[in-house]
Design a binder for this molecule. Structure first.
Ligand code: ASP
Ligand code: MG
Length: 423
């Protein structure tokens, strides 16, 4: 089924203004003979703005209307630039979405922050896909807009909803089979729906994951993530201008790099693709002729190029038993349970006879609660504002260069990866 379907994903930066949105349409025009399902995120910094809107609404902050005004102004300015005829139907569609926000804001805020978040923040994706769909249709291509909530079925863990794969596969296939002759579809990344039809989101930057989910469910031929960088690089070009493009990356390396903080793709993206051997291309929406990076079943990362990722604002916890007893399995299992309960992710861990060290993201609120709990049974010390450096395919030269002048608090090596917690 759908063996020829391809999934394209365009992120917020690719639709951040009118020129960018037109560029997306011109890219799609080049693929007009293929069957495409295009996933689009919210435009520019819309998601951040909507997050502020949620906070202002819940805290009854007087900035609420001002923030909502910014969301409107941004989208209306874009509409005026793209559709000079203000009688175009898109104006009413966009306005309807603003009205949906209004309806939420008129109510007293309930207590479930994450639920409210998903109902409001998801509107960013609805706005962007409506606008891009209208622009595609105005440009002469025919496209069918699909509501991702009719396809992506999730549980009700708002803000980090998990996929119900069976339902999603069924819904997705049904949804596409309703339009057998259509070639171009556009839908939202990042959002889904519970069995009770409440909107959910999959976690920040989750649109890549949406593309992978759809590819998995529809047995797509491949996925292309269009980015403002040339592909997967061995380091973040913001800090390392001489970062090198990796032409091929294995699934395993891609997962490792994304998991440890390489921001080029969402960490959950690879698994569904790997499970079905679907290739993923990461390429530039600016230099559209460049091939970019291929992550696929037969891809081999060039192991002679070390890749490195810096994760800042890390906290290193050191946990030991009060009575100087060994940190053995029973202690470890209660420590792990505590981390699970407080939803604190371990980025690195190491144990000695009497102490257990964990590096985590420096989320102060979460960590304070976790530490308070742990301190009922253990002695806990912690160090904040550290950096976790992960080097994949490391060598001595790279390690020395990247840790120069820093004090290394903890180091861990495996065959392919070294991690350093540095101050
Ligand atoms: N718009 C969402 C975000 O900014 C999802 C995404 O961009 O992938 O997090
Ligand atoms: Mg985004």
């Amino acid at each position: 089924m759908n063996t020829s379907l391809r999934i394209f994903k365009f992120g917020g930066a690719s639709v951040k203004d009118a020129a960018a949105a037109r560029n997306v349409v011109s890219i799609l025009q080049r693929f007009k003979n293929e069957r495409l399902l295009v996933v689009v995120s919210a435009m520019g910094k819309t998601t951040n703005l909507l997050e502020q809107l949620v906070a202002a609404y819940v805290n009854k902050d007087k900035s609420l209307q001002d923030i909502f005004g910014q969301v409107k102004t941004f989208h209306l300015a874009l509409l005026h630039a793209l559709f000079p005829d203000t009688k175009h139907a898109i104006y009413a569609e966009v306005n309807n979405l603003f009205v949906e926000i209004d309806w939420v804001l008129e109510e007293e805020p309930g207590r479930d922050y994450d639920f409210i978040y998903d109902q409001l923040v998801s509107v960013g994706e609805l706005l962007s896909t409506k606008i891009v769909a209208a622009l595609i249709n105005a440009g002469g291509l025919q496209c069918q807009w699909l509501d991702a909530r009719d396809m992506i079925a999730t549980d009700n863990r708002y803000r980090e909803a998990r996929i119900d794969w069976q339902q999603t596969e069924q819904h997705t296939r049904e949804c596409l089979s309703k339009h057998p002759t259509h070639k171009l579809f556009i839908t939202q990344g990042f959002i889904g729906s519970t069995s009770e039809n409440f909107t959910t989101t999959l976690g920040r930057e989750g649109s890549d994951y949406t593309a992978a989910i759809l590819a998995y469910c529809l047995d797509a031929k491949d996925v292309v993530i269009w980015k403002d960088v040339p592909g997967v690089l061995n380091a973040d070009p913001k800090y390392f201008p001489d970062a090198q493009l990796l032409e091929q990356v294995s699934y395993q390396d891609a997962i490792e790099l994304a998991y440890f903080g390489a921001s080029v793709i969402h960490p959950k993206t690879i698994q569904p693709l790997q499970n079905k051997g679907i290739p993923l291309h990461v390429r530039s929406f600016v230099q559209t002729d460049a091939e970019g990076t291929l992550i696929g079943p037969d891809s081999r990362t060039n192991a002679s190029i070390p890749s490195y990722i810096f994760k800042t604002e890390q906290t290193l916890l050191s946990i030991s038993a009060r009575d100087f007893s060994f940190i053995a399995e029973d202690h470890l299992s209660s420590i792990f349970a505590c981390f699970v309960q407080h939803r604190v992710r371990m980025n690195l861990m190491q144990n000695s006879a009497i102490s257990f060290s964990v590096c985590t993201d420096g989320d102060t609120l979460k960590i304070e609660a976790l530490v308070a709990d742990l301190r009922e049974r253990f002695h806990v010390r912690y160090n904040e504002h550290l950096t976790l450096l992960t080097i994949r395919h490391y060598n001595a030269e790279t390690m020395a260069r990247l840790s120069e002048g820093k004090s290394v608090l903890l180091e861990q090596r495996s065959r392919h990866t070294v991690q350093l917690v540095m101050q």
